[in-house]
Design a protein around this ligand. Sequence first.
Ligand SMILES: [Zn+2]
Length: 209
Amino acid sequence: MSAAIVGASPGGDSPPDPTASGRRHFETLAMVCLAGPAASRRCRQGSAPGWRRYRTGDEVLAHHEAAHGVCGHLLGRYVWELTIIEDRTVKVQKTSFSAGHAWSGDTPEPPSERPRRERAETDFRRAAEASRILSIIEPPFGWRSTLRIVRRMRAQANALVDANWRSIMALAEELLRQRELDQEQIARFLKDETRGSYWRTRSQEGGGT
Ligand SMILES: [Zn+2]
């Protein structure tokens, strides 16, 4: 996935407390990042514990990118583009290439300049960075706190993927067919899901963290 962590403003109906809106922003980033790997894992799960389901690389990738899209939308982001078309000019880490891409952000319109995929970091590294920033907002500080937040973000991302698995599967199927979806196609597909509904549900439940 691709999203600028620094300099982006929190989207949606942000609460007035700057700490709360900052926290929501970085929680969103961490969860959107972690939703991809969560979906890659989940789509290979078999029907019984211990069983693995065979999936092609494209199928895994489509679920991965679709989860970035669906979860991003539910967390209040605008999803501008999803693709599973490999870009061999873009290296991720040392050995693998950027196979897919999910592009989303806080504004209805994408920025005029596309982010170059070669600056793509891995989802885990981005989630860890967002968690580190959250640990500065949320005392107690330090690496133990970061680790605790990483675990919490992972659990929340897993729960979000589980709760919305049908939508993720449907979008993944569409992505497999088309290979690339633009903002309009994605919006059409997610029309029944309310953007940012994750946070509304959370505040109704009275959950602060
Ligand atoms: Zn990803």
